[in-house]
Design a protein around this ligand. Sequence first.
Ligand code: PGA
Length: 251
Amino acid sequence: MRKPFVAGNWKMHGSKASILSLVTDLNSKISELGNVDVAVCPPAIYADFTKRTLSSERISVGAQNMASEPVQGAFTGEVSVEMLKDMGCEYVILGHSERRSIYGETDVEVAAKVKVALDAGVTPILCVGETLEERESGTMEQVIAAQLDAVLTVVGISGFNNTVIAYEPVWAIGTGVTASPEQAQEVHAFIRNKLAQLDATVADRVIIQYGGSVKPGNAKELFGQADIDGGLIGGASLDAEDFIAICKAAG
Ligand code: PGA
């Protein structure tokens, strides 16, 4: 049985004051969380503050990106995986569509980062997903397969023993348009079946989150699908009540 996992992607939001308020609200509701793993991913600079403000280990901390260089060095502006670990991060979101589209991260670069994270013992949350154009032109499966294949080439199927996948249709991120439970399930099954061709056990265990306009009102139905194991939550993770309600819907 896979244990559902819900992670909040705070994106480039927050300040010490707003994070203190959000985490204080989360702390007061931690006991309400059901049988679900939970993480929040603040901007890296607030990871340590978030970790220290959380009252329990029940909620883990993750980052939203990291350097592809495995060691420290002359890489101005970058944050290494060891630094993230040092600040208490157990997870790192990699290949988010905003990183791919705004910062031009390629499948190959994302795959290299996944390896660096795995080697350091930080769990990657690997984001995959198609644009509306790709869906409408019938190349959705090809695009997602290529995103997965790039990672498989570098870390092999065994890398997915310690990798979380987040299926996030680009057209559903921050738009208020959610994939229907059936649309999401179809892609989740495609991803799991693709991995099952390489190793059925790994495929059966891998957590595949859905992301894209998940809200308290649609979470239960999405998470009720056979191959959807929780979610990666953007906007709604900035509201403690909504985020906890979404976690509960998964647990
Ligand atoms: P959203 O973002 O929930 O605001 O659509 C999800 C994400 O980008 O991870």
